[in-house]
Design a protein around this ligand. Structure first.
Ligand SMILES: [Ca+2]
Ligand SMILES: [Ca+2]
Ligand SMILES: [Ca+2]
Length: 449
């Protein structure tokens, strides 16, 4: 168990991504945050791997989106040269997306989300721009220059200038370019009528990017109403803006079989993924409207294959009637939480409210001053950064119960964000007594930070 979990992290982890999202807008970070909250994965390159700009904390009709912060890079094990986000355009005439302030020469691509005949989401070309004006390298798309732009779900992608999406005319064909543009062009480029029918499949001519920011107008962070759009919430206190969610039979979670609450359901729930914690977790949801009752269900597994494992206990809270769950998570299991107004056949108001997640780590406390750097091995358990120590121990309790050894140090380099400001003076980065390729891999994985 110990080796397996950490090895997974070491193999799969990527350099820390740009931070400072606010989880319900107006600023969205590609994630993860310092406490583990945020996007669950890199913003991908196709419709199926796009990061949804969606949050359980957003208002029922969406919360304003003003910016996305993220990063693309060329990595040792894996390149990340495209970031694609699913965004919701609410006002096509004020729609704006600009990469001004980004750290490289960007190109921006906008796609419409359509659902194919097989029920799978597809991305179709709408417009792109390389340079806003001739004296700059940032990109800018404005709704007034995009004929036929409609409100609704879209995808937006950022790459280094020169990159171009390719798409299928039909599944039997090789992918063809979806936009024809000249590098350095200041035009807002539209696809040809034929290109507009292609389905995004891949990208060509990609180059190394860096940190970027995309400023938005006319867009919202949608409320996360499905498992697939769930972001991670780690320990913390969060405000949610659930007021106005409606009862909808398609999204009901029955509370009879799962919770013994016959004839009741959660309707139109909001979803999140529970952040890692090495120890008991308490989750509480409390609606601010005094006549509202909020309930939640915890599921284990993956989206599409979820098993309910716990129901909240209802009780009076600071507002109306809230719900509390305490569970001891298995570090290698993924948990999803759905919460919302508990409804029966009678009226049951929805409400804004507060969500509180408390993590009580087992063993000696993380983050105690003088307990040793998380990035150097020592004979005692834990280390002096609460965030980093908690993240590593959630994957490997040995580090908090026995000793902060070389494996824990490797775990710190692989999981902790942000990494140390400067590399340590000892080039034996993984502390195994030899200066070798392992140290180089760690160094390269943190390149740029
Ligand atoms: Ca990225
Ligand atoms: Ca990416
Ligand atoms: Ca450019």
């Amino acid at each position: 168990m110990r080796i397996t979990c950490l090895l997974l992290v070491l193999l799969c982890s990527l350099p820390a991504t740009a931070q400072d999202g606010e989880l319900a807008g107006p600023i969205w970070g590609e994630g993860p945050e310092d406490n583990g909250s945020g996007g669950t994965k890199d913003a991908g390159a196709t419709a199926s791997t796009a990061q949804q700009v969606s949050s359980p904390l957003a208002a029922a009709s969406g919360s304003t989106l003003t910016r996305i912060n993220g990063r693309t890079f060329a990595g040792l094990l894996q390149d990340d040269l495209v970031d694609l986000y699913e965004i919701s355009i609410t006002n096509p005439t004020t729609f704006l997306a600009t990469t001004q302030g980004s750290g490289f020469d960007t190109a921006l691509f906008l796609f419409r989300k359509v659902i194919g005949s097989d029920g799978v989401a597809e991305a179709r070309a709408v417009a792109m721009n390389d340079n806003s004006i001739s004296s700059v390298t940032y990109s800018k798309l404005v709704g007034s220059s995009i004929p036929g732009l409609t409100a609704g779900a879209h995808y937006i992608a950022v790459t280094k200038s020169g990159g171009v999406p390719t798409g299928f005319k039909s599944p039997d064909n090789d992918p063809l370019v979806m936009f024809t543009y000249t590098q350095g062009s200041t035009a807002i480029v539209l696809p040809t009528a034929t290109q507009a029918t292609y389905t995004l499949a891949d990208w060509a001519n990609l180059g190394e990017g860096g940190d970027y920011q995309i400023e938005f107008g006319g867009c919202v962070v949608t409320r996360s109403g499905s498992c697939s759009s769930a972001i991670v919430l780690g320990a913390g206190v969060y405000s949610f803006g659930n007021a106005g969610t409606s009862d909808s039979s398609a999204t009901r979670i029955g509370l009879g079989a799962t919770c013994g609450d016959v004839g009741a359901w959660i309707s139109n729930p909001s979803w999140f993924q529970l952040g890692a914690c090495d120890g008991p977790v308490q989750i509480s949801v409390c609606p601010s409207v005094t006549t509202a009752t909020y309930q939640m269900v915890v599921f284990a597994g993956s989206c599409g294959d979820l098993e309910p494992i716990a129901c909240g206990t209802l009780g009076a809270c600071a507002g109306g009637t809230g719900s509390t769950i305490t569970l001891t998570p298995d570090p290698c299991t993924t948990y999803y939480v759905a919460f919302g107004a508990r409804r029966t056949s009678g009226a049951s108001p929805s409400s804004a409210g507060t969500l509180t997640i408390t993590c009580t780590p087992n063993g000696p406390s993380c983050g105690v001053a003088g307990s040793g750097s998380c990035f150097s091995p020592h004979a005692t358990p834990t280390c002096d950064s609460l965030t980093c120590c908690s993240a590593v121990c959630a994957l490997d309790a040995f580090c908090c119960n026995v000793r902060w050894d070389n494996i824990c140090v490797q775990g710190a380099y692989a999981t902790c964000a942000p990494p140390p400001a400067c590399p340590p003076s000892d080039p034996d980065l993984d502390g195994n007594g030899v200066i070798d390729g392992g140290d180089l891999a760690i160094l390269l994985s943190q390149w740029g930070t």
